[in-house]
Ligand binder design. Structure first.
Ligand code: GUN
Length: 290
């Protein structure tokens, strides 16, 4: 079994991105800038946002943080997004999800200008992706494709099974896998699938993004299959200083005994999501400068 090292792939790509940032600065005098908005103090979101800002700095980009109290209204938040749309020094806008319950994710995402939507979440970007037009690809799905390629698997003609149909991961990764240039055959399993194992046992690659630990176990996969684990679950663990440990959606020990390659959690998909965000932000700045 091979461990698919997301940290290593992320490091390689981030070095390439940092070179691109330096070139854009020297050739056009433009420093890519990502605006990050965080509403409330959900610990996982605070940790993601901090990671994104650190990654921007390491790549030579600017990040502009807006931290807002949980009581912020939808109108206030939409107003802030619109001001960032109009600010030419900002190239990418990221509103960290989930938002507090009184704010509609949809209203806020719809307010982001598509040319600054480096998450690839706006309906315009999702539509462009589906019909193969130039767009910002959503970061986690794009990172997953890169990880599978990095594992050495050629997806052409392979059977990929995706577990989970979220707008952030499951649906878009299924669409990317099925694009002609990737050319996989795709099965999308979800909570309405009576027997998920029937499909995963036939799969060359399984992408598990269900949001529950233990969703995929070793007896559900074919020997040699590639497993991409998108889950990030906090499991209480009093032996850790933080009081928890991270676990994916796959049962790592049983899957690792059968799989040909598997991503660890942490250190698999996570570093790639942030990397593809930097990639999109550099691309947004290049387009704005051209
Ligand atoms: N929350 C969990 N994943 C993401 C992501 O990729 N982007 C944003 N904006 N929020 C998230």
């Amino acid at each position: 079994m091979n461990l698919i090292d997301g940290k290593l792939l992320a490091r390689n790509l981030r070095a390439e991105i940092a070179d691109g940032v330096a070139a854009l600065k020297s050739e056009k005098g433009v420093t890519p800038c990502l605006a990050v908005i965080l509403v409330g103090d959900n610990p996982a979101s605070v940790s993601y946002v901090t990671g994104k800002e650190k990654a921007c700095a390491e790549a030579g980009m600017r990040s502009l943080e807006t931290r807002l109290p949980a009581e912020t209204t939808e109108e206030e938040l939409v107003g802030i997004v619109r001001r960032l749309n109009d600010d030419p020094s900002v190239h990418g806008i990221l509103v960290q999800l989930p938002l507090p319950k009184h704010i509609s994710d949809k209203s806020v995402i719809d307010a982001i200008a598509p040319e600054k939507d480096v998450d690839g979440f706006t309906p315009v970007n999702v539509g462009r992706m589906m019909i193969g037009e130039r767009c910002f690809l959503p970061c986690t799905p794009h990172g997953i494709i890169k990880l599978i390629e990095f594992s050495g698997m050629d997806l052409n003609g392979r059977h990929a099974v995706v577990i989970g149909r979220s707008n952030i991961v499951g649906k878009p990764v299924a669409a990317l896998l099925a694009r002609k240039e990737t050319n996989a055959t795709v099965t999308l399993c979800h909570t309405g699938t009576p027997d998920v194992a029937k499909f995963t046992r036939e799969a060359d690659v399984v992408i598990v993004a269900a949001g529950h630990p233990g969703t995929l176990t070793g007896d559900m996969i074919r020997p040699g299959a590639v497993v991409i684990d998108v889950g990030v679950n906090r499991i209480p663990d009093p032996s850790r200083p933080s009081g928890f440990r991270l676990a994916g959606d796959a049962d790592f020990d049983s899957c690792a005994k059968v799989a040909g390659a598997i991503t660890p959690v942490p250190g698999g998909v996570g570093p790639m999501t942030i990397t593809m965000l930097l990639w999109n932000t550099l691309e947004a700045a290049r387009r704005a400068a051209s």
